[in-house]
Structures are given as C-alpha cells and as structure tokens.
Ligand binder design. Sequence first.
Ligand SMILES: Cc1ncc(C[n+]2csc(CCOP(=O)(O)OP(=O)(O)O)c2C)c(N)n1
Ligand code: SF4
Ligand SMILES: [Mg+2]
Length: 245
Amino acid sequence: MKQKAPEAIAQVPHSFCQGCAQGIVNRLIGEIMEEMGAADRLVVTTDVACGAMNVEVWKYDTIVGAHGRPIPAATGVKKVRKDVLSVAHLGDGAAYNIGLAETMHGALRDDDVLVLVLNNGVFAMTGGQTSATTLLGQRTASSVHGRKAEVEGRPFHVEEVLGKMDIAYLARCSVDSVPAIRTAKKYIKKAFEKHQRGEGFCLVEILTPCPTNWGLSAVDSMERIRREVIPQYPLGEFIDRGGND
Ligand SMILES: Cc1ncc(C[n+]2csc(CCOP(=O)(O)OP(=O)(O)O)c2C)c(N)n1
Ligand code: SF4
Ligand SMILES: [Mg+2]
C-alpha cells in the first residue's frame, strides 16, 4: 500500500542523485513531525553540503548554516525561541572534520539541540574526498590508493569521543534496509522527544550511502553499508540519559 508522503515534504523535482538517502531521512523526519504534531514548530539548520539541496523540498523553517557550523547556529535558534524544535542537519565532514570543535563544545555544554549527522564517509558535495569517517583502505578522490592511517589519520568514531560525556542521547543507525530504517525512526523519534522535553544535547548518526561518490549502484551502496561500514561503525544507542522513552 502506498503511504501518503508527509505534508512538509514538497512533492517537487529535487537535485539529489539516484539512490541518495537524503529522501529516506526526510521521510522519517516528516513522519515523526506528523506523529508529534510538531511540523510547524520545527526549525532545521542544514549545512552548505548535499543537505542544502533540501531547501527545495522542506517546508519547515530552514537555515543553511556555514559549512560545519549548523550546530551552534541551531543552538542559537533554540536559545532565542524556546518554543521551537531546533535541529542541526549535517554531514560527517561538517560534524567531524571542519565542525568537530563545534560538535565537541556543543556536547561539553550539553546544549539544548538535536543533531542529525548523515554519515556517508566522504565529502560528497565537493566530489567525494576523504572525510573523518572514510574507512581505512577506502578509495576516495583524495586518497586514490585507499585511506592510510599514517597519511590521512584514523577514522573518527563519535561514540569513542562523546560516549562518556554527560549528554542526553547518542546513537547510530542506518538506512540500508527496511528493518534498519524502522530502528532509525525509533532512535530519531526518541531524540526528538528528548529534545522536546529540553533534556540536552542529542546526536543521532545515520549511516547513509553516496552511490555517486562511492562509484556503486544504489543497491550495491546499501550492500556496502552492511558489508563494510557497519562492521566498523556499530549500530546502537550509546547514551540514553535518564533512559526515558
Ligand atoms: C569554510 C568552508 N570550507 C569548505 C567548504 C567546501 N565544502 C562544502 S561541503 C564540504 C564537505 C561536505 O561533506 P559532508 O559534510 O560530509 O556532507 P555531504 O556533502 O557528504 O553530505 C566542503 C569541504 C565550504 N563550503 N566552506
Ligand atoms: S553526491 Fe552523494 S550525498 Fe550528495 S546527493 Fe548525490 S548521492 Fe546524495
Ligand atoms: Mg559526507
């Protein structure tokens, strides 16, 4: 049965590549907003990377932050408008490369913001260069023989860095299959509910494919997430402060 798309996602032509998962994440956010009756209270601050193309489809109030700075921008939104839900929506490059200091300080202050990191393991928007989460051995536009720890450094794991901090929520999910998408929705919704209650810094990392820069088909990209990415980036909830859901 074909389900109706969330009202807040405009059914218009968009600029995403075939097989991109930005649309899956949009669908989950849209469904959650409808379930919470909160679509008109959502402000999304996205990054200048691939996520910025969402301005064509999101009917939410939207800000495009400077590269790597959606987290402090979204925190500022929440500080002056307590009545809204304020989401920072950004990629792995934004959250863990150029914006790592902002991610760290947001977590150290336990800022009242919900962070969604779409981790596709590359700088997709700029042509698929190595990012913080590119796997060792993975070929990218800037590591053509495969990432080497001694050249590009080791991959970044958010749970190793934020996993012992006093923050409200930290989880990683994936969109590689229907069961995975259901779990992703559960984690993202829990983070939204915590954010609505003002519990503090919430970060959900979502493993997403980038068929274009991975040089794979849409189907093979999902298979790669299962075969190569998840074994290195385990799924689950790392912090659930208070444990209330
Ligand atoms: C200050 C600054 N540095 C670099 C860039 C170029 N730039 C734009 S997006 C991007 C990386 C995007 O990677 P990621 O955050 O992982 O998002 P994705 O495109 O993969 O979704 C870079 C380096 C920029 N726009 N501004
Ligand atoms: S380059 Fe990758 S992340 Fe960007 S729209 Fe295309 S598939 Fe999606
Ligand atoms: Mg990326």
